[in-house]
Design a protein around this ligand. Structure first.
Ligand SMILES: Cc1cc2nc3c(=O)[nH]c(=O)nc-3n(C[C@H](O)[C@H](O)[C@H](O)COP(=O)(O)O)c2cc1C
Length: 213
């Protein structure tokens, strides 16, 4: 991919208002997009999230009803719900360390110092009341990576904050789980005639948002 290919993809993407409900994302393309979710980086690598991929028509329709009645969840191919961990504890840090050893070898005991940094971070964040917000921030990295990946692969997407998270939690069975809905992203293919597809991008000039030092 050349730099101009990247810019072309980022211009091609837009927040899709109207999806072609008859078009589904092929399995191999979806598999890559799922990897883009899994490969999202997070602070310390702790991955405080779950991604709920909704393709069941009845559930998608229910989600549209609690998304300000926006049609995207119903008409898209895959509706992804980004859920953040509500809490974290030492056990979650240990789960991550076990996963690190499984991937890279070595012994958990050798990671004791790193463990101490992470458990200290988590305990401090919990004490100061921003652990939940920290987890939410991590999920936004995932939706950003997901949207960019969609654009590169020619898949349309609509990030969605116009949703009722508690209702999503109820419908998806998250209410009593360790996770809560933060944001969603509908993915699929634009309907012909979605007028938003051809609107000019509205972005501040580089001189307004980029400072060169
Ligand atoms: C976090 C987030 C939430 C958004 N929520 C909605 C939404 O609920 N419905 C919608 O139609 N667009 C939504 N948008 C789309 C924005 O309005 C859109 O990205 C912005 O106007 C820039 O336009 P563009 O993405 O087409 O370039 C959201 C965008 C982001 C990043």
């Amino acid at each position: 991919m050349t730099p101009s290919d990247l810019i072309a993809s980022l211009h091609w993407r837009y927040a899709t208002k109207s999806f072609d409900a008859s078009r589904k994302i092929p399995a191999d393309v979806w598999a890559a997009l799922e990897q883009s979710l899994i490969l999202t980086p997070s602070s310390f690598g702790l991955q405080p999230w779950n991604f709920i991929v909704v393709t069941e028509p009845a559930v998608k329709a229910q989600l549209s009803a609690v998304s300000w009645n926006q049609p995207q969840p119903t008409d898209c191919s895959h509706h992804v719900v980004f859920a953040a961990r509500k809490t974290m504890d030492d056990a979650e840090v240990d789960r991550f360390l076990a996963s690190t050893v499984a991937a890279r070898g070595g012994k958990v005991e050798d990671l004791a110092a790193y463990r101490g940094i992470m458990t200290g971070f988590v305990a401090n964040a919990a004490k100061q009341g921003w652990l939940g917000e920290w987890a939410v921030r991590q999920t936004y990295i995932a939706i950003g990576q997901f949207m960019a990946s969609c654009a590169v692969l020619g898949v349309d997407a609509c990030p969605m904050e116009g949703i009722a998270p508690p209702e999503y939690d109820r419908i998806l069975g998250l209410t009593d789980s360790d996770y809560r809905t933060v944001v969603a992203c509908a993915a699929g293919y634009r309907a012909e005639g979605d007028k938003y597809a051809t609107l000019a991008k509205v972005r501040y000039a580089a001189s307004d948002v980029i400072q060169r030092v």
